[in-house]
Design a protein around this ligand. Sequence first.
Ligand code: SAM
Length: 284
Amino acid sequence: MTEHGQWVSEKWENVVTRYRIKAYLYEEKSEFQHIQLVDTHEYGKMLLLDGIVQTTEKDEFFYHEMMVHVPMLSHSAPKQVLIIGGGDGGVLREVLHYPQVEKAVMVEIDANVVDFSKKYIPSINNGAFEDKRAELVFADGAEYVEKTNGTYDVIIVDSPDPIGPARVLFSNKFYFHLHRRLTPGGIMVRQTGSLQIQADEQKQAYNVLKNIFTHVAFYVYCVPTYIGGLFSSVFCSDNIDPKNIRSDEIQTKVNDMSLETTYYNPGIHIGSFHLPEFLKNRLK
Ligand code: SAM
């Protein structure tokens, strides 16, 4: 929401963060959610859904690189990739850096998010939507994974927090069908919120995922505009324990594909699975 025309606020129960804005670019109540796009002094253009920051021009790379390169570089040969959500195109952009990827299916419930992300924050998708390997499906991700017969080497759930249309992307049923959609050796990652502001999300996800996948490992990193300290994702697989992967193996893959990143590197990849004591205790 904007106040006095100068600021946009992100409101949590006990915390409000404000960003001073240069211009209010776009606002719409789509069929699914309240969409706002503003131009901020500190972070450039900023996308908010239902009042929550989704991504910004200036710090999107922290999140998109960690959500993509951790699973993709842990998989031996990711060819078929599924993205649930991801309307701004940042995850799709990073996935398509991999020459071995044959198809990246992105299932996004709200075409409006894609349309104006293309129009107002094209730097985030950076042409990914036009890549011939990209297939955009406008549908509910939960319904898609239940009904499709496709199978995928890597699945990335780039959803908002469990608000509005994204609630179904946190259900047991969704995770059950996600598991069925993975090829042998497949990997699924999803964002599991901030360790402070969304402290319940990690444990809630773990309690469900540990009964579905053999390996369930959280990893933590920084995303400046996802407030509440460290941010988290969870890595799930039946065959790959991410803590057995060596930094030099990853570095060789990075060198072979001349992968260029701004936040991610193999050391950060390995280190991100070493969790703070309070999170380890929270997951017991
Ligand atoms: N990085 C952000 C975060 O961590 O909160 C998420 C960004 S991305 C913009 C989230 C996308 O998920 C939005 O485009 C939204 O429309 C989409 N989405 C929400 N619920 C969905 C559902 N049930 N199926 C598919 N996409 C959904």
